[in-house]
Design a protein around this ligand. Sequence first.
Ligand code: SAM
Ligand code: SF4
Length: 486
Amino acid sequence: MTSRPEAELDTSAAAETKTVSGDNTRKVFVRTYGCQMNVYDSERMTDVLAPQGYSTTEDMEEADLVILNTCHIREKAAEKVYSELGRIRKVKEERAKAGKDMMVGVAGCVAQAEGEEISRRAPIVDMVVGPQSYHQLPSLLDKARQGQKVVETEFDIDAKFDHLSERAEKPIMKRPPAAFLTVQEGCDKFCTFCVVPYTRGAEVSRSVEQIVTEAQRMAASGVREVTLLGQNVNAYHGEAADGSTWGLGKLLRRLSEIDGLDRLRYTTSHPRDMDDDLIEAHRELKSLMPYLHLPVQSGSDKILKAMNRKHTRDEYFRLIDRIREAAPDIALSGDFIVGFPGETDQDFEDTMDLIRRVEYGSAFSFKYSQRPGTPGATMEDQVPEDVKSARLQELQALLSEQQKAFNASRKGMTCDVLLEKKGRNPGQLVGKSPWLQPVQLDAPESMIGSVQAVEIVEIGSNSLFGRLIAGQDAADGSGAIPAPAA
Ligand code: SAM
Ligand code: SF4
């Protein structure tokens, strides 16, 4: 699929993590909306709660604590949260009839944006916790248990990162083979359509030491692939032990030295922050996977300027050329917004032209959504909904064609696949190709967590189908190796 609304990333933290310590007498149900950064934050919340005796559950009805980890990037986000809270109210009432308590927390960017309004509109909510306050969950829970309505939306991100690194020294959760690691949060770019600088605050990078410690701990608990996360991950500028500042390229080189971490990825990047050192890292590092999510949003210089993206389409083309020169096999991905205020048919055509020239392996695309408080929301020339819908359809048809072509070009190749979990059918496992495509194949369960050489034999609509290459070790972890002679 070309466009994947962020809500489709919804995942229960219970599915991702498993508690292995604590007395596990209480259950927490976490529902995660939005981007991978929220998935990571949900895992951290369950980490923080584990010593309090909480283990995760996928069944809300047995939960003593329910947390909605919310996303505010597009409209109706808050309304979706309120309607979910309506459903939770009924579950809470049922539990009360059985003499059982249930605490309810709202976390994430909707919590940050709505604050006290949430407890006012939904009195069942005991705690409203902004994205920078998760480390305080145990003390906030205590206050809520004493009957206080808790609203904690301070922007003390350094305190959060310090606390997370403390936690990192105590292994609590068994991690799946592929995991996220936040290295940077917030954004100073102020694109005129985007709420992130307001909900996540200014850009802050974690220190090199904190990240390396957490990555080592992940590797020790079975993680083979780490995706470094940040709203602008390639703007990373963390402090090293000697006081110097490291960019993302240098950080990736350091992480590539950690035993057991076979694969590295990072997302999401801004074209302005794609520096030479990071591009060189793609050439040099075998463990850095050949996939890059580099949103451009629009192919029209006029719209790029109105969006405050701070680069032109030509600069983007030149950047793509440099990246492809360093990593010819790289799968490019992006984000597109159609119907930004003032977007004419010609501006839209410029975006279509950019897509034809770049050729993406996959991409996300959205209709522009007016976000209160952002400059775009009050701009003149808002584009009518029906025009946005027609443009989105056309753009997605093109992206979908390109995705199919990219997937088809993998047929017959042999590549390394990280086997992550069981598939739908007995005897089947699902993994990821170097280009981030899901790959399904028959393999024994004991191979979960290993990187295997796989021949791509068939192409489905959303995934590739593969065959284990018997006796062939996973080559170098980096990607394609020539297909065996037929
Ligand atoms: N920092 C990344 C960048 O600059 O490319 C993007 C992060 S944003 C959380 C994820 C994507 O959501 C954006 O790339 C954009 O395509 C989309 N998005 C953000 N605000 C939007 C809005 N108001 N309407 C539609 N899509 C939006
Ligand atoms: Fe939002 Fe990304 Fe722009 Fe920052 S760079 S304001 S996160 S779209």
